[in-house]
Ligand binder design. Structure first.
Ligand SMILES: *Cc1c(COP(=O)(O)O)cnc(C)c1O
Length: 469
């Protein structure tokens, strides 16, 4: 499997070449030259595989240069009952006939990001040893990504994590999940500023090529291709759990921010999984909903991004979206580069009269919708009352839009992207009671915390990195 850049100018690379990298050298994102197809016989053979084996079979399509035995043992080590709470890893719960929730959030940090990052931690471990390299992961987080990355990389040899977060802006639960880690390779940095300032500091570090090279700076952000691949697996798992034969079609509803989760569903569809609709849900920050309704893409500036009660979707520039555009313009890298030039110069682009738009409407499977604060509160109440289940605010956005886009004949699978305990304030607002807390998280906020505070200053961070690895 060869990888190219969405902007067409990067040389052929392999999976292991791109595993530890961020952007392609021409500023684009890495994508496979063509989509692997799962033949019907193979799909049938996958139906009853346990999760680790299914993960191996699917990731292998995209990672044919990663040693098979190492990939297999990474999948087996990652997808266990001990780490994800059940042998199914992503159990399906049925609310009523043809309406399901796929539990993706039973890993160590209670958000779906664990599914990909736990595997990445093990793939990194193998690859760094094979290449005899070290890596200093530097990132900024407003909550879920940072803690999932830290829990995946804590205690691993050859890796340090430097994670910036805006001081006092995460929920007490999220802060405790990160700051209570005592492993020496985890460095939590509470920045006296907002999330955008954290991100600017990380960008400044990455713009300093000399420093980056000398200190082996890396990332595990949402454009990492291996994260997308690891997420493809649970679309297959969910499909098999909701159907009894491969003649059936199902739809998926996905609360979206950076477009990484739902893009993995699109990849599954491209591989031949019988997916009918991919229902994209946004919150108040509705750039992607606007695109899928109108063909116009108008990313907003950071200052126009609203803070909402589904904070992990407060994103107005979805980083993985470029991969989708690349696919619908038939892999024309020059065209992708031109479209992103339009974004830089004119603030967006309009594909509604382009040939590519017909593909979006006719065979991409995408439909979309938007859910606001009142919608999510109401949906949390409805699901509790009607089905006696408590869902988190992000999942509620997905369920809200799913109910609007549902076709009675086809199963609808709503992806559960976090557990409600992470966002307890909204649960209390909706239900007048606290979210259920898994027993292993009792007393989490009272554990001793370990972190450093810092001004939003790239030089201060560089000094800190120099003296801490
Ligand atoms: C990250 C996240 C999302 C958004 O997922 P994308 O892959 O960025 O679209 C939705 N819900 C929760 C809880 C998240 O942590």
């Amino acid at each position: 499997m060869k990888y190219v850049s969405t902007r067409g100018h990067a040389a052929n690379q392999s999976f292991t070449d791109i595993l530890l990298e961020g952007l392609a050298p021409d500023g684009g994102l890495s994508v496979p030259e063509q989509w692997p197809r799962v033949m019907p016989v193979k799909l049938e053979a996958m139906r009853d595989l346990p999760y680790p084996r299914l993960a191996f079979e699917i990731v292998r399509f995209f990672a044919d240069d990663f040693p098979g035995a190492a990939l297999k043992s990474a999948c087996e080590k990652t997808y266990t009952k001990e780490i994800f709470g059940s042998p199914e890893i992503t159990p399906l719960r049925t609310l009523e006939p043809n309406l399901h929730i796929l539990g993706l959030s039973n890993g160590p940090t209670l958000a779906f990001k664990d599914i990909a990052l736990q595997l990445i931690g093990n793939l990194f471990e193998h690859e760094l040893a094979a290449q005899d390299r070290n890596l200093n992961v530097v990132g900024a987080t407003s909550g879920d990504t940072g803690s999932a990355a830290e829990h995946a990389l804590k205690g691993k040899p050859r890796v340090n994590v430097f994670m910036l977060s805006p001081q006092g802006r995460m929920s007490p639960f999220q802060r405790a999940q990160m700051f209570s880690l005592q492993e020496a390779n985890i460095h939590n940095i509470a920045v006296e500023g907002v999330f955008d300032e954290c991100q600017d500091v990380v960008k400044a570090i990455n713009a300093d090529a000399g420093f980056k090279e000398e200190h082996a700076i890396g990332a595990v952000n949402s454009i990492n291709w291996a994260r997308v691949v690891a997420q493809v697996v649970y679309y297959f798992k969910g499909y098999f759990a909701a159907t009894s034969s491969n003649d059936e079609q199902v739809s998926f509803a996905v609360p979206s921010g950076n477009f990484g989760n739902i893009f993995a569903g699109y990849v599954a569809k491209k591989m031949g999984l019988p997916i009918r609709r991919l229902v994209l849900a946004t919150n108040e920050n509705d750039v992607l909903d606007e695109f899928f309704r109108t063909g116009r893409y108008r990313p907003r500036k950071a200052a126009e991004t609203q803070e909402t009660s589904s904070p992990s979707m407060d994103i107005s520039k979805a980083s993985n979206f470029e991969r989708f555009i690349w696919d619908i313009v038939d892999g024309d890298g020059d065209k992708v580069a031109w479209l992103w030039e339009q974004v830089a110069q004119k603030g967006g682009f309009d594909l509604s009269t382009d040939r590519a738009w017909e593909k979006v409407e006719e065979d991409s499977g995408f439909v979309s919708g938007r859910s606001l604060h009142e919608d999510r509160v109401e949906t949390i109440r409805l699901v509790k009352k009607k089905y006696n289940q408590v869902i988190d605010p992000h999942t509620a956005d997905g369920v809200k839009v799913a109910l609007r886009q549902r076709e009675p004949r086809y199963p609808m699978i709503c992806l559960e992207t976090a557990l409600p305990v992470k966002f307890d304030a909204t649960i209390v607002e909706a239900l007048g009671e606290h979210a259920p807390r898994p027993p292993q998280f009792e007393g989490l906020e009272k554990l001793p915390q370990r972190f450093t505070t810092m001004k939003p200053d790239p030089e201060a961070l560089k000094d800190y990195i120099r003296s801490n690895h």
